[in-house]
Design a protein around this ligand. Structure first.
Ligand SMILES: NC(=O)c1ccc[n+]([C@@H]2O[C@H](COP(=O)([O-])OP(=O)(O)OC[C@H]3O[C@@H](n4cnc5c(N)ncnc54)[C@H](OP(=O)(O)O)[C@@H]3O)[C@@H](O)[C@H]2O)c1
Length: 406
């Protein structure tokens, strides 16, 4: 603001105000650049407090960057957790909008979480989506308004400070790279608005992530989401299981689980995964569990429940759950016979036989089959069904059996 935009008077607000770490150094640095910065403690989510600080001042521009995080899975969200995150963003930006009205610059710091949605950030996504809408609303009034829905900035400062290595690895896998400080500042200067999404994308990683956000599907072409049928055709796990001996199948599913567990935990080497060790003990938290479930689901072409690892807490439990869903049970007995007849019926419909000799041969074989079946039935009937003494109900039941209606 000072170096590139020539701002000479700054009012810096935060709840800690002058008590925040590094404030005196910042004020001194700004003074060295010719700017006079006043630091005041103010909760910008408190309308009265904000109005009091702004009272009597001439405001020519606003950069709203306040925000807090309180991440968790959707089911874990409560009204309090929504309020806590919406307050410094949606409430505060609205109060600033009302109190300063039209100014030369009204910039709000939003997040890609609002534009794309982000795992574990339902409250934060809502707060940021509000900011994007506020900028558009201000433009509609003919006022200034720019919302910058930032992708993550480099680790070490601000909100990204708390990110674990696994979180950063997850972000990279999902195709979002952190912005260097200089890149972020250059994007700030370039912003036109009203709702911009300055984010550094790794399109190749996005393509392979299996989860391209809806907004980017025009930019990143991916093969259609695999269904069970295409997983089959593509020779994936389903085909591998079909080809394997039944005794080897659990091991194949375990390998699949291991592959994805290693990937979501961000380990270079395969994680030590024994069938009875709980996922939780490997470092799975709820967000990792959701990503793991999405990856397995994408690979097998099935939608799996959100609480997958809650219901099946060890790899062995999960193998038992997944295996029957991946191997189609071969029908036996009468069901197998009916399935074969269906196949035969289809083949008869689909095959053209021009050769008269072959036509007669096929017709003959069908006739023989029918005759053998009828003879077998007659024997059964002679054993068990006496037409003379049968009641009407018995007759109807037998006819229904004959027609396959029972
Ligand atoms: N860093 C990123 O990678 C990233 C990515 C996308 C979007 N953003 C957005 O960019 C903005 C800045 O992020 P950051 O990483 O610099 O975060 P940060 O270091 O946590 O800074 C947020 C600031 O907001 C202040 N604040 C929080 N609640 C407040 C309230 N009720 N009233 C007044 N001040 C309040 C905090 O100071 P006090 O605690 O003293 O109040 C803090 O100085 C945030 O809006 C964030 O959502 C950041």
């Amino acid at each position: 603001m000072v170096v590139e935009h020539g701002v000479r008077r700054l009012l810096l607000l935060s709840r800690r105000g002058p008590a925040a770490e590094g404030v005196s150094e910042l004020v001194a640095e700004l003074a060295g650049l010719g700017a006079d910065a006043e630091v005041v403690a103010c909760d910008v989510g408190d309308r009265a407090a904000l109005a009091k600080v702004l009272d009597g001042r001439v405001v020519s521009g606003v950069v709203h960057a306040a925000g807090v995080l309180d991440d968790g899975v959707l089911e874990g969200m409560t009204p309090q957790r929504l309020d806590g995150v919406l307050r410094p963003k949606a409430d505060a930006a609205w109060y600033l909008h009302e109190l300063v009205g039209d100014v030369d610059q009204f910039v709000v710091f939003s997040s890609v979480a609002g534009a794309f949605g982000a795992a574990g950030q339902a409250n934060y996504a809502a707060a940021n989506a509000f900011l994007d809408a506020l900028a558009v609303h201000r433009r509609a009034l003919g006022w200034s308004g720019v919302s910058l829905a930032w992708g993550p900035w480099e680790q070490g400062a601000g909100m990204t400070e708390q990110l674990a290595a696994a979180d950063v690895a997850r972000m990279r896998r999902s195709g979002v790279l952190p912005l260097a400080g200089a890149e972020g500042l250059a994007l700030f200067d370039a912003a036109g608005g009203p709702a911009m999404v300055p984010v550094k994308l790794d399109l190749a990683a996005l393509r392979t992530s299996g989860e391209v956000p809806a907004l980017l599907r025009g930019l990143v072409r991916t093969p259609a989401r695999p269904t069970a049928a295409t997983a089959y055709a593509g020779g994936g796990i389903v085909a591998a299981l079909g080809a394997a001996a039944p005794a080897d199948r659990p091991e194949l599913v375990l390998e699949l689980i291991l592959k994805h567990a290693t990937a979501v935990l961000g380990h270079g080497d395969a994680v030590e995964l024994s069938p009875d060790r709980r996922f939780q003990d490997l470092g799975f938290d709820s967000l990792i569990a959701v990503e793991f479930r999405n990856r397995i689901g994408a690979e097998i072409g099935q939608r799996l429940p959100a609480a997958l690892l809650f219901d099946y807490p060890t790899p062995a439990d999960l193998v038992d759950h997944l295996l029957p869903r991946l191997v189609a049970d071969e029908p036996t007995g009468p069901a197998a016979l009916l399935a074969d007849l269906e196949r035969l019926e289809r083949a008869l419909d689909e095959t053209t036989v021009d050769d008269e000799r072959l036509r007669r041969q096929i017709a003959g074989r069908l006739e023989v089959l029918r005759g053998r079946w009828a003879a077998g039935r007659q024997e059964e009937e002679e054993d068990g069904f006496d037409v003379e003494s049968a009641t009407d109900d018995d007759m109807f039941r037998m006819l229904d059996d004959e027609l396959g209606l029972n």
